[in-house]
Design a protein around this ligand. Sequence first.
Ligand code: GAR
Length: 193
Amino acid sequence: KIRVAVFASGDGSNFQALLDNEDLVCEIVLLVCDNPGAKVIERAENAGIPTYVFDPNEYKSKLEYELHLLKALVNAEVRWMFLAGYMRILSPLLVEVGEDRILNIHPSLLPAFPGKDAIKQALEAGVEKTGVTVHYVDEGIDTGRIVAQEEVEILPNDTEKTLKERIQRVEHRLYPQVINDVLIEFSKYDKGI
Ligand code: GAR
């Protein structure tokens, strides 16, 4: 199986959905977390998945902590990276190393509402629908090539909480499915060297 790392910063419900999906064609060999208090760490520990947890405040620069992180990714022989609620922009270094092998899931129909608080942004904009996007990660903020999108209707009485629940239900189904599609497609062309 293809060895992958999942990156998350908080609750980790998307990480959990990947763990729980029995059809996943990859093996999660590392959880990367930039928030030592995050619930997602507990989820990894319960599942016996190794973790790489760091506190960015303890480093002088992004380059410094990413060099350490890179070492952990290389040691774990990680081939693909899946961002799932990782609330930090990757440096050009990691994007370059990951070279079209990094996906992210975002709770809006990109290019609408990039960055933080996408659900709140959609509610405040008064639009009738929003959704979920899975895309490749490049050096911009949620600007990489889109792989899949699914719409979620915004209902008149929606609050951030209710809309988030419906969006996440879609995310938990869509992300494992798209990851599988991308990896299966990729494996057709990756004959090694
Ligand atoms: C997810 O809804 C994900 O789409 C979003 O954070 C949430 C994390 O939830 N990501 C972003 O907003 C990225 N800009 P989780 O920790 O329960 O998976």
